[in-house]
Design a protein around this ligand. Structure first.
Ligand code: MUC
Ligand code: MG
Length: 422
């Protein structure tokens, strides 16, 4: 990318006093203090860079990247993460990237990498060729007209548009979305091997390295009583030094949830994610009314309408925000706005994205006024390798917003070739 725009990006990302945004602890209910963050000099956008933002080409590639261990959820189990990487090239030569993550084929949601690639190539890409890339809303409307749902596919394309336009203008995508409130987010780690001895060892290593001190335990693959016994062991070994939340990924029915939640409360579990099937919002509301632990909505909230329904039913205290569910950065902010209007807390969800998808999420999370429950973008760390030149920085229990234009990370094309399917 041209020097002028990279300098402009640096000026935005690192003010002279180096005091970008205070590093408040956000998880645990602390509200971040918002400080003005103004660059010293006005940003000048070289006119030749803006010349022609038309979308020239959109390419999609399926990749499979191994994980460091088996990751078990209630409905699936993976030893490799499959993504579709989208590369967009503009008439001005700028390129943007985006990522659509899946988890074990079309099992976490209805999208698989094969379907994502097919629908991008046949329907979504043709609807956008020639459109100026900075018409984000028009691009969203065209994609909605071209294909129903397909939210992960749409999110990957919209991310690549923000990346390409950000690179063209030399500014971070977060600035295009309204500017930043924070430049790092507390990040948890997920324990999901199902073997408590292994999970204790893994958590100890994360604590010792000061990478993570909050752990999400995946439950629902085992019988409820076996999961409770597993949590007893984890809390016994790590309690006092670590916080826990659990994610049942829709595995329980209402009776099971009502039986198990008091036990989880005794173990000081802080949050219970999607205990019931996504369709059972009324059941979630009834469970919530009896629960001492806050409930988090995940698979039951994709659209703004879903969010409104969950809010009206009083079915959740917190919502997990994910690009694959909300079809892009703009819509993620809209879902967050509906949640905020209903007094529902925000959590930065993931689908085990690489640094590409995680960076895109951080651009969106950076501008949310409150993100009281932190995030779970540990994805880059569970992969045996990453897809970018410089992976995201994890330090002091936080993941850091990468500096630089667009989404802030650069695709490593050798890695893309290495992990490309076929
Ligand atoms: C989910 O349901 O939250 C995120 C982390 C993880 O381990 O699984 C995912 C999906
Ligand atoms: Mg979940």
């Amino acid at each position: 990318m041209p020097k002028a725009s990279s300098q402009a990006a640096k000026a935005m990302a690192t003010p002279p006093d180096g005091r970008f945004i205070p590093k408040h602890r956000i998880a645990g209910g602390h509200v971040p203090r918002v400080e003005p963050c103004m660059p010293d000099q006005p940003i000048t956008i070289p006119p030749d860079l803006r010349r022609d933002l038309s979308i020239r080409s959109i390419r999609s590639t399926i990749v499979d990247v191994p994980t460091v261990r088996r990751h078990k959820l209630s409905q699936t189990s993976v030893t490799a993460q499959s993504y579709v990487i989208v590369e967009i090239r503009l008439a001005n030569g700028a390129e943007g990237i985006g990522e659509a993550a899946t988890l074990g084929g079309p099992r976490w949601s209805e999208e698989s990498v094969e379907a994502i690639k097919a629908n991008i190539d046949a329907y979504l890409a043709p609807a956008l060729i020639g459109l100026p890339a900075d018409r984000f809303e028009v691009a969203g409307a065209r994609m909605d007209a071209a294909a129903k749902r397909n939210n992960a596919a749409k999110a990957a394309i919209e991310t690549a548009l923000f990346d390409a336009v950000g690179r063209t203008l030399g500014i971070p995508a977060a600035l295009l979305l309204g500017g930043i409130v924070r430049d790092s987010v507390p990040v948890l780690w997920t324990l999901a091997s199902g073997d408590p001895a292994q999970e204790i060892e893994e958590a100890e290593a994360k604590l010792a390295a000061r990478l993570h001190d909050t752990f999400k335990v995946k439950i629902g693959a085992l019988a409820p009583e076996a999961d409770l016994a597993r949590l007893h062991r984890l809390a016994g070994a790590l309690g006092g030094r670590a916080r826990f939340i659990v994610d049942a990924n829709q595995a329980w029915d209402e009776t099971t949830a009502n039986r198990c939640l008091p036990v989880l409360a005794e173990l000081d579990v802080r949050l219970v994610e999607q205990p019931l099937p996504a369709w059972n919002v009324a059941g979630m509301a009834r469970v919530r009314a009896r629960s001492a632990i806050p409930l988090m909505a995940d698979e039951c909230v994709f659209s703004t309408h879903d969010m409104l329904g969950v809010a009206q039913a009083a079915a959740a205290d917190v919502v997990s925000l994910k690009l694959v569910k909300h079809a892009g950065l703009l819509n993620l902010h809209r879902v967050a706005a509906v949640a905020e209007a209903a007094g529902i807390g925000l959590y930065g969800g993931c689908l085990l994205e690489s640094s590409i998808g995680a960076a895109a999420h951080l651009q969106a999370f950076a501008g949310l006024r409150e993100l009281a429950w932190g995030c779970e973008h540990f994805g880059p760390q569970i992969l045996t390798d990453d897809l970018v030149e410089e992976p995201l920085r994890f330090e002091d229990f936080r993941v850091h917003l990468p500096a630089g234009p667009g989404i802030g990370v650069t695709l490593d094309r050798d890695k893309l070739r290495r992990y490309a399917r076929g």
